[in-house]
Design a protein around this ligand. Structure first.
Ligand code: UTP
Length: 311
């Protein structure tokens, strides 16, 4: 494909209409996407990743009790005035980093959480006929450059659809969407590979590879033709994976091994791991955080040894 035909990725969809059941009761009223990792909510981390990748328009697919998400990105005049009058300029800069400029935030509602594919379909009218990115806010990727920027760089060469993938242990393939690369993934240094198929949660012995889909996508608008069939798949939900599988063949479809560390912050363990990772690299608090983690680990070790000796 000639680069002349590769249209830029200017818009991104953030599906935020899920129920966040794994964090109940914390998410009974507060959206899961507002849970903080270090000093900013999950949704802001992925917003910043999108900005770095050159995204200009941000589409939130929201649902009931999710108004706080749009409020978070709004201008807060009283707060800014107070910080300004107290000379807290560093904090003011931080607050300003959470404002989406006028005319760039778009909202659409998913009336019922019918699945990720359905959530993306709800953004169809706002995306129109151009390629777009999808970022799942509960997956954080700690990397430089960010994961979506790495994907855009690959996309600028391949066009078509690009999804970020990572190697998982073969024994765990049944937990993930897995890509079939026709065996081209054998070299772990290989960054981009054409996708031949997508399988949702295959048994380890049947899995075509150990590359799992992580929640970052660059998709062509034809995906909406397939999503609008509203076919349900695994778990009775309208799955994005099923619609993506239909684009393989008619369109270029590339899997990209990203550089960085991913955290499934939609799970309680991944959320704690992400907090440790981000806080231990935040220059304001890094040394105290690292010392606390080590002290805590030593304390747990001593406890385990005392318990083992008592048995
Ligand atoms: P998840 O399945 O991880 O989120 O979807 P969830 O359903 O909210 O969480 P649990 O499993 O009950 O704890 C990944 C992302 O897709 C959004 C979610 O808000 C989340 O950010 N999503 C999921 C939707 O917007 N609509 C849906 O129908 C499903």
């Amino acid at each position: 494909m000639s680069n002349l035909h590769i249209r830029p990725v200017r818009k991104a969809v953030f599906p935020v209409a899920g129920l966040g059941t794994r964090f109940l009761p914390a998410t009974k009223v507060m959206p899961k996407e507002m849970l903080p990792i270090n000093d900013r909510p999950l949704i802001q981390h992925v917003y910043e990743e999108a900005v770095e990748a050159g995204i200009e328009e941000f589409v939130f697919v929201t649902g009931r009790h999710k108004e706080m998400l749009e409020e978070h990105f709004d201008f807060q005049p009283e707060l800014e005035e107070t910080l300004q009058s107290r000379g807290k300029t560093a904090m003011l800069d931080k607050v300003r980093s959470s404002e989406i400029p006028a005319g760039r935030l778009f909202l659409t509602r998913q009336p019922k959480p019918l699945g990720l594919g359905h959530a993306v379909w709800c953004a169809a009218k706002l995306i129109g006929d151009e390629p777009f990115a999808v970022l799942l806010p509960d997956v954080l990727v700690h990397g430089t450059p960010g994961c979506l920027k790495q994907m855009v760089d690959v996309y600028n060469g391949t066009g078509g659809n690009v999804i970020a993938v990572e190697d998982v242990p073969r024994g765990e393939t049944f937990k993930y969407g897995i890509v079939d690369t026709g065996g081209q993934d054998a070299d772990p240094q290989l960054k981009a590979m054409p996708v031949q198929g997508l399988v949702e949660k295959p048994a380890p012995e049947d899995s075509p590879s150990t590359l799992s889909v992580i929640g970052r996508y660059i998709l062509q608008p034809e995906i909406f033709d397939h999503l609008s069939a509203f076919e349900t798949g695994a778990g009775g939900e309208i799955q994005l994976t099923d619609a993506m599988a239909k684009l393989i063949g008619p369109q270029a479809f590339t899997a990209m091994r990203f550089t960085g560390q991913s955290y499934d912050s939609g799970s309680r363990l991944g959320f704690i791991q992400a907090n440790m990772a981000y806080a231990s690299q935040d220059t304001e608090i890094a040394s105290d955080v690292r010392r606390s983690i080590i002290e805590f680990a030593n304390m747990l070790k001593e406890k385990d040894q005392t318990n083992a000796a008592a048995e």
